[in-house]
Every structure is written in structure tokens, then in C-alpha cells.
Design a protein around this ligand. Structure first.
Ligand SMILES: NC(=O)c1ccc[n+]([C@@H]2O[C@H](COP(=O)([O-])OP(=O)(O)OC[C@H]3O[C@@H](n4cnc5c(N)ncnc54)[C@H](OP(=O)(O)O)[C@@H]3O)[C@@H](O)[C@H]2O)c1
Length: 231
């Protein structure tokens, strides 16, 4: 029996992460996810999405946590996906230092740390490996009230541009996806009057990620892929 390709989804207990975990299991991967702390791990482990998935507790803003997780997952690593990130809005003039630090850390630092630590493991996949990071639609154009968020997500997308070139000779593809507002329980609760039908479903976005890490997408690297649904 051939050994399954291995995927690590950092942030894989979140809304999009769970859908990606499901999609990659469907694609035949052995799937590992991270939970930021033990309480989230236990909540995830008690739910239906945990079946067949290995969960690691790790804060990816901490290099040591990321190193420990990658070492536990082991080599070769076929796919590294990080969905860690979050939103904060408001005029830049009223931005406080706590929010500034939190978004820089959550959106940018965790992505850099994750990619850096995953590299040595991805490189060992003999038939080529893939990394996928999550930007956002506003990374391309910005917007009033979303300057900080958009800037951090633009930086995440730019990482994919650079690393696609830096890791080309290693056979590692690196792509970013750019979701618009997705259909998640948190977004439904926060915007109850929106037309949910126009939002991309996390399962639909996950299928795009599954394609990007598939054999069929070996020639796709350095992309920033829009996943906007009908919004
Ligand atoms: N939802 C949208 O409409 C939307 C639109 C555009 C882009 N995005 C991006 O898509 C990605 C996934 O969004 P989502 O809706 O699935 O968000 P989510 O449900 O909040 O998932 C993000 C996950 O990352 C975890 N996390 C946060 N900081 C971490 C850290 N330092 N170390 C390890 N894990 C950490 C969170 O854990 P906790 O639960 O402990 O915080 C959570 O499980 C994010 O990057 C987001 O910015 C989302």
C-alpha cells in the first residue's frame, strides 16, 4: 500500500480550516491540524470533524511551538496550509497599539513562522510539495476602515509571490487564496441582514485549496486566487 501524503493545516480547527481538513482527507491526505490551546483542541476533538484528524496544540506566533509541531508531523510533508488569521476594522487614526500588534502577529507573523518552519519538511517530499496561505479580497485594493487588516493580508500575499520564486528549485509551489466574506457562523451572526447566498462557502474555498495542493496544480505557483462566490 502506498503511504498517504501528509498535510498540516495550521489553524485547522477554525471555520475554513475544518473545511480544508475535510477536503484534503477526501483527497487522500493524512491530515494534521493545529488548535491554539488545549480548550480548543478538546472542543474540536469532541466534534464530528475530528474523526481521522491528528490535532496538535500550538501557538504559531511562537517559533518553538511551530518547530515542535512540524517535528511531530514529520517529513516528508506534502502540503502546508495556514488559515490562521483574523479581522479588526476601524479608521487608522483611532488604531490602538494592542490591535496593531495583534493583527500583525495573527495575520503576518504566524504565516511567516509557519512557512519558515515548514520549508525543511516540504522540501523532502520527493514528487514536490505545496504551501497555501490565506490573504483576503481587500489585500488587492484596500478599503476605508480596513487599512491595517488589508495591509497585513497584502503582506501575506506578497510572501507567496516571493517564496514561489525562492522555493521553485525545491519543487514547492506557494499560492495565496483571497476570500471575500465567507459564509461562516461568525459572519452570519455579525451580519444578520446580509445575503448569505452570495458568500463563498468554506467548503467551496476548501476545494480550491485541494486543487492547489494537488498533482494537477504542480504548474501553478505564485498565484493570488480570488474566491469571491457571487459577492
Ligand atoms: N471569515 C471570512 O469571511 C474571511 C474573509 C477573508 C479572509 N479570511 C481569512 O481566512 C482565514 C480563516 O478564517 P476563518 O473564518 O476560518 O477564521 P477562524 O475560524 O477564526 O480560524 C482561524 C483559526 O486560527 C487560530 N489562531 C489564531 N491565532 C493563532 C495562533 N497564534 N496560533 C495558532 N492558531 C491561531 C484561531 O484560533 P482561536 O479560535 O483560538 O482564535 C482559529 O482557530 C483567516 O486567515 C482569515 O483572516 C476570512
Amino acid at each position: 500500500m502506498t503511504k498517504k501524503r501528509v498535510a498540516l493545516i495550521a489553524g485547522g480547527t477554525g471555520a475554513l480550516g475544518v473545511s480544508i481538513a475535510r477536503a484534503l482527507m477526501g483527497a487522500g491526505y493524512a491530515v494534521h491540524v493545529t488548535a491554539e490551546n488545549a480548550a480548543i483542541r478538546d472542543r474540536f476533538a469532541a466534534g464530528a470533524d475530528a474523526a481521522g484528524v491528528t490535532v496538535h496544540v500550538a501557538d504559531f506566533s511562537k517559533s518553538g511551538d511551530a518547530q515542535r509541531t512540524l517535528a511531530a508531523v514529520g517529513a516528508p510533508l506534502g502540503a502546508f496550509v495556514t488559515t490562521i488569521g483574523g479581522f479588526a476594522g476601524g479608521p487608522l487614526a483611532t488604531l490602538d497599539d494592542e490591535t496593531l500588534g495583534r493583527l500583525m502577529t495573527m495575520n503576518l507573523k504566524t504565516t511567516i513562522v509557519g512557512l519558515r518552519e515548514a520549508y525543511a519538511y516540504l522540501k523532502q517530499q520527493p514528487d514536490g510539495a505545496s504551501a497555501v496561505v490565506v490573504g483576503a479580497r481587500s489585500a488587492l485594493a484596500g478599503g476605508a476602515g480596513v487599512a491595517l487588516y488589508s495591509a497585513t493580508k497584502a503582506a501575506v500575499v506578497n510572501l507567496a509571490y516571493s517564496l514561489a520564486q525562492e522555493w521553485l528549485a525545491d519543487g514547492i509551489t506557494v499560492n495565496a487564496i483571497l476570500p471575500s466574506t465567507m459564509d461562516t457562523p461568525a459572519n452570519r451572526a455579525g451580519m444578520p441582514d446580509a445575503d448569505f447566498a452570495r458568500w463563498p462557502k468554506t467548503g467551496e474555498v476548501a476545494e480550491v485549496v485541494a486543487f492547489l495542493v494537488s498533482e494537477k496544480a504542480r504548474i501553478v505557483s505564485g498565484g493570488a486566487i480570488p474566491v469571491y462566490g457571487r459577492s
